[in-house]
Every structure is written in C-alpha cells, then in structure tokens.
Design a protein around this ligand. Structure first.
Ligand SMILES: *Cc1c(COP(=O)(O)O)cnc(C)c1O
Length: 251
C-alpha cells in the first residue's frame, strides 16, 4: 500500500464511523440521517485530502481560514472534473470561521455559504462582494448566509447574542445578493452539549417565526454531533473525528 492509499483508507474508516454516529443520532430521535448534511471540516489539511474525500463520495466541506481556503479551492479546481462540480454545486465549500472584513471579497467568490456572519458590517460587505462576484460570473447564485449565535455571550468564538439576532437577520434578509438560510452555533465546551443545544433550539424557534424559510441549523462538531442532531441540527461540521487532529494553533 502506498502512503497515499494509507491516508485514503484512514480517512475512509473515520468517515464511516462518523456516518454511523450520524445515522444512530438521527435514528434515535426519529429523523433521517439524510436530513442532516455532513460538512467535512478540512482546515489545516491539504487539497489532496479534500480530493480523497471527493473520491469517497463527500461533497460538502467546511473551511475556516482565508487565504488558506481560497488557495485550496483554487488548487482543487485545477482538476477539470472537480472544477465542473464546484461550478455546478455538485461540490460545495462553506466558510465556517470568523471573518475579517478584508477577507470578504475572496470568500464571496468561492463559498456556497458563510456560517459565521455575526456583524452588520460583515453582512453588508458580503452582500456587495457577492454582487460583484455575480456580475463577474464567478458566482451563479446568491451567497447563503447563516447568522452565528453566541449562546454564552463569549464573543471570542464569534456570534451574536440572541437579543441582537433579529436586527442582524433582518439585515441579511434584506440584502439583495445574500440569502438568509438559518443559524449556526458553536456550543461552549463545558461538558453540557445537550443544555446548549436545547437553548439553541429555543432561540431558533423564535427566529423561525420571523423567518420560516431560513430553516437551516448548523450545529454539532466531532464532540457534540449527537446532541446537535437531537435538537434539530441540519448540518454538522466535523473535522477531527474524520481528518485526525490538527496542529495546535488551530484551537
Ligand atoms: C474547526 C471547526 C469545526 C470542527 O471541529 P472538530 O471538533 O474538529 O470537529 C467546526 N466548526 C467550526 C466553526 C470550526 O472552526
């Protein structure tokens, strides 16, 4: 077995374990696992690993750092088949990490969705940058946006507090080149994921009364995907459990 094949086999094994966890979590609460998208978080891992995941049938990826992400997408697109899939939505890459305003322009060119919008300024810039990308023909449709909610008020991981959610959501909804898709959260790591996910479900219920079509909930990572699925997640973002551990500076 070559080194390449060994890495593919390693990822395949971890992937099937995660897919089993997802199916079990969905089944436990009477949901279909097909209703929960698996976003494989590939930050810090090379484009070659993303290519391996594509050969294993994965089509949705999460990246959290620019310019790493934009470079990786460009590298993937050097394969004409992958370029075609990226263009027609057969493969999608989402931005899930905190976003500085100077990075919005490039992100608006490669991302299907941004999960981490938590400020008016970022929403406005993404709207303008998505419009420019549409005009340039590098995007085919509006940029999907999920508003990130901070459940514990610790803004260092990003997110708006629930009280500020309505105004930001209305802003995104009104933006011409953005499409409000739903909410995202990163549960505090305190050993009580079900408590946080239950709280998220409550916030979401209120949000859905104003935005019934924005029904996406991006919640759940390697350590808490079961709790997230139990409380309504429609998209889990899983890195470590599939890719292995990242270098320490990613934490
Ligand atoms: C890195 C990252 C993940 C993946 O976390 P794991 O614990 O490695 O599964 C999910 N969401 C966001 C926003 C991330 O930055």
């Amino acid at each position: 077995m070559t080194a390449d094949d060994a890495r593919t086999a390693e990822i395949a094994t971890a992937l099937s374990t995660v897919r089993e966890r997802l199916a079990a979590a969905a089944g436990a609460v009477g949901r279909h696992d097909g209703d929960v998208e698996l976003l494989v978080v590939t930050k810090f891992f090379p484009a070659a690993d993303v290519a391996r995941l594509i050969t294993l049938g994965e089509c949705a990826f999460g990246e959290s750092r620019e310019p790493e992400a934009g470079r990786k997408v460009a590298e993937l697109a050097t394969d004409p088949e992958v370029a075609g899939l990226l263009a027609d939505g057969g493969i999608a890459v989402d931005m899930i990490g905190m976003l500085q305003s100077k990075k919005t322009r490039s992100v608006a060119r490669w991302a299907r969705a941004v999960h981490s919008v938590d400020r008016t300024k970022i929403a406005d810039r993404l709207d303008a940058d998505a419009r420019a990308a549409l005009d340039d023909g590098v995007r085919r449709g509006p940029l999907d946006v999920l508003v990130q909610v901070s459940l514990d008020g610790d803004r260092s991981r990003g997110g708006v507090v629930a009280a500020d959610l309505p105004a930001l959501a209305d802003r995104v909804e009104a933006a011409r080149s953005l499409r409000l898709r739903g909410l995202m959260t990163i549960a505090p790591v305190d050993g009580e994921p079900r408590r946080w996910m239950a709280e998220m479900a409550q916030v979401r219920a209120g949000f859905l009364r104003d935005h019934p079509d924005a029904d996406a909930l991006s919640a759940g990572m390697s350590g808490d995907l079961e709790a997230a699925v139990e409380f309504g997640s429609t998209c889990v973002r899983v890195g470590t459990a599939i890719m292995g551990s990242r270098p320490i500076l990613s934490q």
